[in-house]
Design a protein around this ligand. Sequence first.
Ligand code: PNS
Length: 162
Amino acid sequence: MTTYLFPGSFDPFTRGHRDIARRASKVCDKLYVSVMHNDAKSHVFTSEERVYMARESLKDYPNIEVLCSDGLLVDVFREKQCDAVVRGIRSETDFRYEAEMALANRLLYSDYEVVLLPCRDDLSLISSSIVKEVGYYGGDISKMVPSQIVDFVAEKLKKGRN
Ligand code: PNS
């Protein structure tokens, strides 16, 4: 049984995130999606909201389970007995960041492993930051976030602006 872990801050969850989760879920038996804290970012959505968005967006995939942790990634990895972490990469910049993160995590836990999935061409320009910027100004985010959460994300971002 192969178990993968897809961690992220998912602030908010995007179509790019869903595509990585969907594809990862096809090459493992069980996929945990873990909503986590990224100290380098200040999150607009609460942990509960980020879990809600991930669960709503992934409810059609029976082998995906959404978790939440405010601790270290390696602790979730170890506790859930994962074989590898999955991360999506859009660019060379993403690759460098992932390589650094993998190195740091491997220093914390020697059995740590990462699988990098290149993202789909048509989703490569979508990021949580772009969704936030467009949403703050009331722009159309329906092509950027999964259909299940479009209204939720749009409402929250519009409120943040007022
Ligand atoms: O979606 P993001 O913001 O790129 O995800 C980054 C995330 C949340 C996976 C990373 O910041 C993380 O692993 N946070 C948990 C705390 C931790 O383990 N930090 C050490 C990373 S080397």
